[in-house]
Design a binder for this molecule. Structure first.
Ligand SMILES: *Cc1c(COP(=O)(O)O)cnc(C)c1O
Length: 453
């Protein structure tokens, strides 16, 4: 028989996270405060535990994973890698397609890989409560799970339209014992102000972040937890790429191209950064981040200092951005609708070390359905972006006759996203292009940074 799955032992779970900063040609641009000066670690102390802040600014290549965290990750890790033989045959490609499957976590995506260590470090520093925001609920459910595992109370501010339209992820969070509030809520000043202006306010991710941060900053027992974008989050996600390298070794392969979808960048960085270490050492490997054409941050955004939230409360980060008040169209890949991106991913794209591609919504569903019909697993709409580009690469190999090795991550399963598939089958989905005028307008609204032009 031909092997299909490439499996690791529990003892193969990585012992260290990989910090890409050690292999970047230039140091990362620092986050800035409102005065245009780099902020120190103390500025983040009210909302993050010290261990996490240290990781955020660390330049060490390898950072040990605490035993308690490794123990908790064993609940589903190491995750499997598959060779997509059926898909290869269906495409008639000489390429070999491998995928790393992160849908095996209890929450169904890669996000618990960082939720677990974040909950652990908070617990260690005496924090008893965590707040966070969630859109469709992927992150909220991951932190609800992690909070449960380490005995922390979790309060999730869930964007009100999602709270009403996507009740099942809320049920998951409640099953794991988290409190879930529709945002804007009456529990914070930011929420009360928004409701006073408009009692029917449907909420937004930016507003939910403001609520979660406000509550964390105002209570000594409470800290805030973020599911993507920041350096420490990507660091925690590198278990994915480290395992993937090991799995490729087991079958005597090395990828020519590594592909992952990119929202805030943690899924992409988690897979790609451990391969970047080899690239920095001279190895040929392409690393491709995939985003939607409707929210084309890396492919068309401005590379500039901008806020992380719509209210402008966070430090300024140097990132590709569509403007912090950009509201992307309601595409079904909710996890890819962020206006900015990870500063690390952004800088490495800017320096030409990483590639970025944008793909249109209908083409991603077409790819995801083809994948499901040959490989079985129904991908999350976000993951369909990576599937699309993997298939395109395999089709290019069919043209050229090259037997390339393609690796991508299937970041999650789509079991809670079947309404999106329904809409696709009913012909109700459409492609959105991001208009050039909007790009120019966004440029006007970028924050002016004192001391920079
Ligand atoms: C959140 C999410 C993403 C986007 O993740 P980032 O790390 O922010 O880029 C991708 N896929 C799935 C399944 C997700 O839940």
């Amino acid at each position: 028989m031909e092997h299909v799955k490439i499996l690791l032992q529990e003892s193969d779970l990585p012992t260290h996270w990989y910090n890409v900063v050690a292999d970047m040609p230039n140091p990362p641009a620092p986050p800035l405060g409102p005065d245009g000066q780099p902020i120190g670690p103390d500025a983040l102390a009210p909302i993050f535990p010290m261990a996490v802040i240290e990781q955020e600014v660390s330049r060490e290549r390898w950072i040990p994973i605490p035993d308690e965290v490794r123990q908790a990750l064993l609940m589903w890790r190491p995750s499997p890698m598959f060779r997509a033989r059926n898909l290869e045959r269906a495409l008639g490609t000489p390429a070999k397609i491998y995928y790393k499957y992160e849908g095996v976590s209890p929450a169904g995506s890669h996000k618990p890989n960082t939720a677990i260590p974040q909950a652990y470090y908070n617990k260690l520093e005496g924090v008893t409560r965590l707040t966070t925001e969630t859109g469709a609920g992927q992150w909220g459910s991951s932190i609800a799970l992690a909070g449960r595992m380490f005995g922390l109370q979790v309060r999730v501010f869930m964007v009100k339209v999602s709270y009403q339209q996507k009740p099942f992820r809320r049920s998951m969070m409640e099953t794991w014992g988290a409190e879930v509030f529709a945002s804007p809520s009456i529990h914070t000043q930011a929420g009360r102000d928004a409701l006073a202006k408009d009692p029917e306010n449907p909420g937004s991710l930016g507003l939910a972040i403001s609520e979660a941060v406000e509550e964390a900053a105002s209570r000594a027992d409470t800290k805030y937890s973020l599911g993507s974008v920041l350096n420490h989050v990507i660091l925690h996600q590198t278990v994915v790429g480290l395992e993937a390298k090991r799995q490729m070794e087991l079958v005597g392969e090395y990828p020519d191209v590594v592909i992952a979808c990119c929202g805030g960048g943690s899924n992409f960085g988690g897979l790609a950064f451990p391969f970047l270490a080899d690239k920095a050492a001279g190895r040929q490997v392409r690393l491709v981040a995939v985003e939607p054409t409707s929210c084309p941050t890396l492919t068309r955004g401005h590379y500039a200092y901008d806020f992380g939230d719509s209210a402008g409360l966070t430090p300024l980060l140097l990132t590709y951005t569509l403007g912090h008040d950009f509201i992307p169209p309601g595409i079904h890949a909710g996890g890819l609708r962020y206006h900015g991106d990870s500063p690390l991913v952004s800088q490495l794209v800017h320096e030409g070390i990483l590639e970025a591609k944008a793909v249109a919504q209908l083409a991603t569903f077409e790819a995801g359905i083809l994948f499901a019909r040959h490989e079985g697993i129904i991908p999350a709409p976000e993951s369909n972006h990576a599937v699309r580009v993997a298939i395109d690469e395999a089709l290019a190999c069919k043209e050229s006759g090259e037997p390339k090795v393609i690796l991508f991550t299937l970041s999650g399963h789509g079991h809670f996203d079947m309404a999106a598939y329904d809409a696709y089958f009913a012909g109700k989905l459409q492609d959105y292009d991001y208009p050039e005028e909007a790009l120019q307008e966004a440029l006007q609204r970028l924050p002016k940074v004192p001391g920079r032009c």
